[in-house]
Design a protein around this ligand. Structure first.
Ligand code: TRP
Ligand code: ZN
Length: 466
């Protein structure tokens, strides 16, 4: 392995390396590769310190114990990652909580903390391409994070427990990691709660084991997941596991106080998955479901992977189909950065319009016209929210959906739905940007759609007609 062009070395190491280069080859100096510290962020346009450079996480094995009575969480995060260059140190994102200690490949690593950035320095440098295992022990009372737009995420205390919601930055409130959507990984979450409570996460559970007054369950997320889509809900739930006719496991957990009120809508979930599969192609994950919380436990729904979290007062057909549509658009095809949110929300909004039309509601054309008429949708272009407080603003949803409707008008139904399915298939379990999408559409259709993008996606003013 050699140093790539432009790869900087830390001065002290650099001079050491230069020195050893002058000496006859000595034991332990073969190669002489030295690392540099990984970046403290991946330069997201809205959250520049989110995520970290220099490595790629493959798997998180999280072991957490939570007690709602005290609000305390004790955790161990075992992170398997691959160095994308030689590293002398690297960062993890963690908000609040106390790091008790860390190892890298079994050796104690030094830990430095500055706000949300935890810097780990392994005893020896990591080679470019090396797969390494980091173990972080941590604990404390996880915090709720207030977003730039005023909404609450991170760790939310609920009526009978807690729920973790991570969009866009909240997952760092309950585990250390590379918390940018561009670094997806698989997950195993082993969670222990006082007996009598349950913990529900993404994916599928193993058998719950109760010992000495505490219940432990291990949940596995088999397909890559952006960390903002990880969830953990602690409380008293009615859990139902079924399968769709196609054999997909569907696990729903409803807060026991809202089970009856949720039943009619949840009965429609398998049918919605079928309908979405017809429109968008194969369901991208190996399980599905939903977590329904009490009104007030959260003020919004979130499309957490395989199992969206929805407070019962927001559980409508529209919300459910929206969060399920995100499993294709947002969760399987994830944004390259938080600037690309319309690729999540515009698509999920459009899925709501399509579903309404097919099930006795408003025709899509009318939804498009209503969105066109709403002043809030013209506050900024969907592909360029002005600030971090705007990444989930009205234009990202409403005008994002309008972009798709205009595209449909331009290319016709057959090509349009083929484009939607091809996008989900081609970028499955990956990440994509707005530029990736427009290039994909133009390549696949052979059309120059500059005018459409300029007006609907990037333009500031409202055009004359919908
Ligand atoms: N993604 C959620 C939805 O539409 C909404 C949401 C919750 C959100 N928190 C956010 C969007 C933070 C952007 C940023 O179902
Ligand atoms: Zn959404």
């Amino acid at each position: 392995m050699t140093h790539g062009k432009g790869r900087r070395r830390r001065p002290v190491r650099a001079s050491l390396a230069a020195l050893t280069a002058l000496l006859p080859a000595a034991a332990g100096c073969a190669g002489g590769v030295t690392g540099t510290p990984g970046a403290a962020g991946v330069r997201d346009p809205y959250f520049p310190r989110l995520g970290n450079g220099g490595y790629d996480v493959r798997h998180y094995a999280l072991t957490v114990a939570y007690d709602p009575a005290t609000g305390r969480l004790d955790g161990t995060a075992e992170i398997t990652a691959r160095a994308t260059r030689a590293l002398s140190a690297f960062n993890l994102d963690l908000a609040g909580l106390t790091v008790r200690g860390a190892t890298v490949d079994g050796d104690r690593a030094s830990v430095r903390r500055a706000g949300h950035e935890v810097t780990l320095r392994p005893r020896t440098d990591l080679d470019d391409g090396a797969v390494f295992r980091t173990v972080v022990r941590y604990s404390g009372v996880p915090r709720t994070i207030t977003d730039p737009d005023g909404s609450e995420e991170g760790w939310l205390r609920t009526a009978d427990g807690a729920v973790a919601l991570g969009e866009p930055t909240g997952s760092m409130a309950w585990f250390p990691g590379n918390h940018h959507p561009s670094d997806k990984a698989t997950y195993t979450v082993t969670v222990t709660v006082p007996a009598g409570l349950q913990a529900v996460a993404n994916g599928l559970p193993g058998r719950a084991v109760t010992r000495e007054g505490r219940t432990t369950t291990t949940w596995r997320t088999a397909e890559p997941m952006a960390s903002y889509l990880a969830t953990l809900a602690v409380g008293r739930f009615d859990v139902t596991t079924t399968r769709t006719p196609a054999g997909l496991p569907v696990l729903t957990a409803t807060d026991r106080t809202v089970t009856r009120r949720s039943a009619d809508l949840l009965a429609r979930l398998p049918g919605m998955l079928d309908w979405l599969t017809e429109r968008f192609g194969p369901y991208p994950f190996s399980s599905a479901g939903v977590i329904v919380e009490r009104p007030g436990d959260s003020s919004y729904a979130l499309e957490t992977q395989t199992r969206p979290v929805i407070p019962q007062d927001l559980l409508t057909a529209g919300t459910l189909v929206h969060e399920l549509a995100h499993q294709w658009y947002g969760n399987s095809v994830s944004p390259a950065s938080w600037r690309d949110m319309w690729l999540n929300e515009g698509f999920a909004q459009y899925a709501e319009w399509l579903y309404a039309e097919d099930f006795g509601g408003r025709p899509v054309q009318r939804s498009h016209e209503a969105a066109f008429a709403a002043p809030a949708n013209w506050e900024f272009p969907p592909a360029a929210p002005p600030t971090a407080a705007d990444v989930s603003g009205a234009p990202v949803y409403g005008r994002g959906a309008m972009v798709l409707h205009k595209l449909r008008q331009a290319v016709g139904d057959d090509v349009f739905f083929d484009l939607l399915r091809g996008w989900a298939a081609g970028r499955r379990h990956g990440n994509a940007s707005t530029a990736d999408f427009t290039a994909y559409v133009e390549e696949r259709t052979g059309e120059d759609l500059t005018g459409l993008w300029d007006t609907w996606l990037y333009g500031r003013g409202r055009p004359d007609a919908p």
